[in-house]
Design a protein around this ligand. Structure first.
Ligand code: GCU
Length: 355
């Protein structure tokens, strides 16, 4: 399908090209690695490497959960890095019965299961497990001079932003999951909302073992293209939340059009896997149009790799739209900034068919 209206909007943004002229699919692993490197260098910083070793223990025996339809356990991971050991917990809600189950690694704002952002019983009833990780257990979401948690163990020079540390932790939860026969390691999705949607996108870019990458209302420095973005911009986000990013990102304040990258590099790094973006009508701070435009801007990468990209009409989205015809999906729901059952159900509708 031709998209003269959307193509004109995108060409006016003058986005740096994701793929070089004459691109050949065989070049994708190398180009993908370059895109991830650019986003680390320019925006998020460098997370720690893979740990030297890892151990885990279940704090509690799995408890009967959701009337026996699932078990719930708290797992404590201890990760050994060159700098020392770091320990953090997560919660595993796994359906009982015949596995292996597809599963979510959900990075959340609270440790609770269920939680207003985590309708765990509905997720279990649909045949998915969910491993939920409370981000403050990894690195404090506030100004702490990078003294606490994982941040406190790492060198201060050229420090990683906290989004990068949370993303790294999501991969450690995945390490655990891949050893659990109840879970289907080929069907792992990483998901988060808002600042943790930015985190999920980065986790999916860093770790190709995630078969699906899901961003809910992630907005600025997440799924939204920065050029011409409405609502939050680099100036605001790096002033209010400098610790989310590396120390060089603020240099692009008000220079979005000059940047040698944009957020389409981050989303493209999910290719050729599943990429799902969700927006909310009233979430003008995140800017649904800019989130949608990033999906439009990356579609050709999937196509160049022989996959269906983003199937969408030649217009901006309206509330109620769901475009799930390719490997890049987008929805715009009614209502405000949140991850609600409606969002989860749309993601699972897509994954039921695609995974
Ligand atoms: C703030 C911030 C956003 C972020 C959001 C959230 O509004 O400006 O960038 O996504 O918090 O995490 O809820």
């Amino acid at each position: 399908m031709k998209h003269p209206v959307i193509d004109k909007i995108l060409s006016d943004l003058r986005l740096p090209a994701i793929l070089p002229e004459g691109f050949d699919a065989a070049q994708w692993p190398a180009r993908r690695a370059e895109l991830v490197e650019i986003m680390k260098k320019e925006v998020y910083g460098y997370p720690p490497e893979k740990p030297l070793s890892m151990t885990f223990e279940s704090e509690t025996a799995p408890i009967n959960y959701c009337a026996g339809k699932a078990t719930l356990e708290t797992v404590t991971l201890t990760v050994t890095l060159p700098q020392g050991k770091f320990t953090f917990p997560f919660k595993a809600s796994v359906p009982t019965g015949e596995g292996p189950y597809p599963f979510f690694v959900f990075i959340n704002f609270r440790p609770d299961v269920p939680d207003r952002y985590l309708p765990s019983e509905e997720i279990i009833d649909r045949g998915y497990a969910v491993l939920s990780l409370y981000y403050n257990d990894v690195a404090f979401d506030g100004e702490d001079g990078f003294e606490g948690g994982l941040a406190g163990m790492l060198p201060k020079e050229d420090r990683c932003g906290k989004i990068g540390l949370w993303a790294w932790a999501a991969s450690r939860v995945l390490d655990w999951a891949l050893d659990d026969p109840r879970l289907d390691g080929e069907k792992a999705a990483v998901i988060g909302h808002s600042r943790l949607g930015k985190t999920a996108l980065l986790a999916g870019a860093l770790d190709e073992r995630f078969a699906a990458v899901i961003s809910n209302d992630s907005g600025c420095s997440g799924a939204a293209i920065s050029r011409n973005k409405a609502g939050e911009r680099i100036e605001t986000i790096t002033r209010v939340f400098p610790y989310w990013f590396n120390e060089s990102y603020p240099q692009y304040t008000d220079l979005e059009r000059e940047m040698p990258f944009d957020q389409h590099f981050l989303l493209a790094a999910a290719a050729p896997r599943i990429l799902l973006v969700g927006s909310a009508e009233q979430d003008l701070w995140a800017d649904p149009n800019s989130e949608y435009l990033t999906c439009c801007a990356v579609s050709h990468v999937w196509e160049a790799l022989g996959e269906k990209g983003f199937v969408h009409p030649d217009r901006l989205p309206v509330p109620g739209d769901t475009f799930h015809g390719g490997k890049v999906g987008y929805h715009l729901r009614h209502g405000s900034h949140a991850i609600c059952r409606d969002d989860w159900n749309r993601y699972m509708d897509f994954l039921d068919k695609a995974l």
